[in-house]
Design a protein around this ligand. Sequence first.
Ligand SMILES: [Fe+2]
Length: 240
Amino acid sequence: MLVFPGQQISPAQQVAFSRALGELAPTAWVEARLDDQPDIFVIGNTGRALVSFAPADGSDRLEWHADHMYRNDPARASLLYCRQTPPTGGDTHFACMYSAFEALSPEAQAEAEQLHALHSVDLLPGGLKPANDDGAPDAPRLVRCPLVRHHPRSGRRALWFGSKVTVGIEGWPPDRARAYLDRLEAHATRDEFRYRHAWRAGDAVLWDNRRVLHAGSPFDTAQHRREMHRTTIREDHPVR
Ligand SMILES: [Fe+2]
């Protein structure tokens, strides 16, 4: 991930910069698209929809994910630009999944490499339903993907799963899968693999969703305003 502090960019400039990196994937959440620039996903509480990826149930457990993990063409990269931020709260956590994979024992690495994770959007906060509203009516509700991705550029391996968006392990009973994924998350999001970004207006953060997970944290939506603009760059390699 890269942090570019102190930027002053318009939505059109953000879109133009992002397009130079690849094809964009607008959010399935039509209400959260910026009117004049539908490739921009407005996250926060200033738009038509309240969009938060912090735990909606008041729990302090973070919801780790990679963007568009529930799609067959997930996000390769995301660019998140901060236009307004509350004085406290709303931080974004990032975790390096190369490091997390490489810190597993050889036996645990071999086990993980055999597994396929099942991803679904149904449990995400906000009730995104991409099968209905992303313009792809045949989009599957359950996406199967290797639990360990091989990065197409570096060849390094990265754990690839989310807290809620990953709903199971192919061929495993749900209880066994949940217990395994919870243990894996506790390992993969240990402090030494993490960076916590406290936003300032003008920060632009670009990250590689193939090897980095991220999670939002809550803020006081009644008292403060948060406005983030995300552009999302579509995966252009087979997901494996
Ligand atoms: Fe995200």
